[in-house]
Design a binder for this molecule. Structure first.
Ligand SMILES: Cc1ncc(COP(=O)(O)O)c(C=O)c1O
Length: 384
């Protein structure tokens, strides 16, 4: 028997698409992957080198349960330099094996059974599953294409109850690639509830700039990690920044459940944040993502997808596919089987993204071009 809490957990549909695509590839077919939310770049050399040095040096032991002091100081300095915030100290940073476990830790700290947390609809697919796993309730607030899929603070306010423990924001967002305007962030902070801010796509911004929730309030938990900006998905390194009163309770949880994050990955994380050559590598990746973004948006519009507000962050476009379908799940698999292009159905990100599909441009321009040519040919022949 599997426990009740797992019964409600939805699968991560993008992984279902990817697994089917891989099955097709094993059978000898060529598939273009525009579904995966993972940098196609390898980790910058200096980061890899520092991991090798760490191994040689003997950094092969458990670290402090909250993370190495060096990395926690580097994260603190990075936030201070990037956002001009000085409202937290290194001992409020807790290093985890990726941002995903940080969600589990952060949400477990504040959510009692039956408590509520505000999420946007659409949202990152995994967010509500952490909430439900803790037997709390994700309260979905719809966000709309014409608003660049940003929260309307008044819509959040209408959903607040005495059981609302937190409001989750994610800017730049997965799946939309849009940023939340600072005015809206300020209004959300002013609602007086704990704000949980998933800042994993910070740095991957092509126009404007991402703002940290720490610029607006201390009553917050920041989630961040190294997977996206530094192309370090496989290293499993992330962190949370929390108010002081949460540190000791979280420390007990981390000591019991995880002991510490990976020692070698933590050494590499310090290099990611401080090495000038990494900054140059990141800049090159950014320029490359931006070239792809500038290509994919007009091409998708030409093919017939709707993009009202151009996304300016992360590496996603959530495109309106209503001209072709009102069943995004069926459509994504139809496109995969016929055009041999992997895309993610909007429903993976919530009911309000039905009729949309997500394109990831974390693939080479050459592959993106080929993928969109295939898609266009297929859709032209399909009839609408
Ligand atoms: C919005 C968002 N948050 C968190 C994560 C997970 O990141 P990590 O690799 O650090 O666990 C992802 C991964 O796709 C994401 O899109």
């Amino acid at each position: 028997m599997v426990c009740r809490r797992l019964k409600d957990m939805t699968s991560f549909i993008v992984m279902d698409v990817l697994e089917r695509a891989q099955e097709m590839e094993r059978a000898g077919e060529s598939v273009i992957h525009l579904e995966v939310g993972e940098p196609d770049f390898n980790t910058p050399e200096a980061i890899k080198e520092s991991a090798i040095e760490a191994l040689r040096r003997g950094d092969t032991h458990y670290t402090h349960s909250l993370g190495t002091p060096k990395l926690r100081e580097a994260i603190c300095a990075y936030y201070s330099k990037t956002y001009g915030v000085n409202n937290f100290e290194p001992d409020q940073v807790i290093v985890t094996s990726g941002t995903s476990p940080a969600f589990l830790v952060g949400m477990s700290t504040v959510l009692e059974c039956g408590d509520e947390i505000i999420l946007s609809n659409p949202h990152y697919s995994c967010h509500p599953n952490f909430v439900r796993f803790l037997e709390a309730v994700p309260k979905m607030v719809r966000v709309y294409e014409e608003d660049a899929f940003q929260y309307r603070p008044e819509a959040i306010k209408a959903e607040l109850t005495p059981r609302t423990k937190a409001i989750l924001i994610n800017s730049p967002a997965n799946p939309t690639g849009n940023l939340l305007e600072p005015e809206r962030m300020a209004e959300i902070a002013d609602l007086g509830r704990l704000v949980m801010s998933d800042e994993i796509y910070h740095g991957l911004v092509y126009e404007g700039r991402a703002r940290s929730i720490l610029e607006f309030t201390d009553n917050c938990i920041v989630y961040n990690g190294f997977s996206k900006l530094y192309a370090m998905t496989g290293w499993r390194l992330g962190y949370l920044i929390v108010p002081k009163y949460m540190v000791r309770p979280i420390q007990k949880m981390v000591q019991n459940f995880f002991i510490s994050a990976n020692s070698v990955a933590q050494a590499a994380g310090c290099t990611a944040l401080t090495d000038p050559s990494v900054r140059e590598d990141v800049q090159k990746m950014l320029e490359t993502y931006d070239r792809r973004r500038r290509y994919i948006i007009p091409r998708l519009r030409e093919i017939g997808f709707g993009i009202t507000v151009e996304p300016t962050g992360a590496f996603y476009v959530l495109a309106n596919a209503r001209r072709f379908t009102d069943d995004s799940y069926k459509f994504a698999f139809e496109v995969l089987e016929n055009a041999k292009v992997g895309i993610t159905p909007g429903v993976d990100f919530g009911s309000n993204a039905e009729g949309y599909v997500r394109f990831s441009y974390a693939n080479s321009l050459e592959n993106i071009k080929e993928g969109l040519n295939r898609l266009e040919n297929y859709l032209n022949g399909r009839g609408r």
